[in-house]
Design a protein around this ligand. Structure first.
Ligand code: DX5
Ligand code: ZN
Length: 219
């Protein structure tokens, strides 16, 4: 359906020309730009920090969907807000005080998101719904692009969709990891409305981005 948004993960882009890559997926029909921040501690990989987000900001007016896979996260929230993030998503597993962290993100005028690793149950969200603009279900173990979709996460997506609707809240339900032409329909059917796509967007190079994004939207 056309209501589904695509958030290309620049983790699969060419890091030697990130600005160009962001402009290319923007022009190709991306709805959000998904930026994966990894610290080599919370996840076994290292990517980029707030200065890179700031440098990318002039290259696109699309929503910067910043996924922080770092612990501790609180000391860096302000820097990512000032760098031009629109949505800041933190991990439920990254600290003991996610409720406070989400309030801090909103107090800086940004949208607040929480992400659940594959092993974390959706029931951990119960006392956070009022603080949330986005829920990100990880359908791979975070750290790398190009991994296979973990299908047990479909029933987590369904359960969260039901809870959001029952509460009548306006919260994006985003899925990250292994979303491609084969898995996309099951993710949409389960109730997701924002799809992260790294390898599925960037495969084939810039001349394919528009076609890749359209295919994920079922167009
Ligand atoms: C994984 C990242 C993802 C990753 C997805 O830790 O959070 O955003 O880039 O890559 P694909 O879409 O290739 O699975
Ligand atoms: Zn991500």
């Amino acid at each position: 359906t056309s209501a589904v948004k695509i958030s290309p993960s620049i983790l699969s882009a060419d890091f030697s020309k990130l600005g160009e890559e962001v402009r290319a997926v923007d022009a190709a029909g991306a709805d959000y730009i998904h930026i994966d921040v990894m610290d080599g501690h919370f996840v076994p990989n290292i990517t980029i920090g707030p200065d890179v987000v700031k440098s990318l900001r002039p290259h696109s007016a699309k929503v910067f969907d910043v996924h922080l896979m770092i612990a501790p996260v609180d000391p860096y929230i302000e820097a990512f807000a000032e760098a031009g993030s629109d949505i800041i998503t933190v991990h439920q597993e990254a600290g003991a005080h996610t409720h406070r962290t989400l309030q801090k993100i909103r107090s800086l005028g940004k949208k607040a998101g929480i992400s659940l690793n594959p092993a974390t149950p959706e029931t951990t969200l119960e006392y956070l719904y009022e603080e949330l603009d986005l829920i990100l279900v990880m359908s791979v173990n975070p750290g790398f692009g190009g991994q296979s979709f973990i299908s047990s996460q479909l029933r987590k997506i369904e359960a969260i969709r039901n809870r959001i609707d029952a509460l009548g809240l306006d919260i994006d339900l985003e899925v990250d990891g292994g979303v491609n032409r084969e898995t996309v329909q099951s993710v949409i059917s389960a109730g997701a409305n924002v799809l992260v796509a790294g390898s599925a967007t960037f495969k084939g190079g810039p001349s394919k981005y528009a076609e890749n994004i359209k295919a994920l939207k079922g167009q």
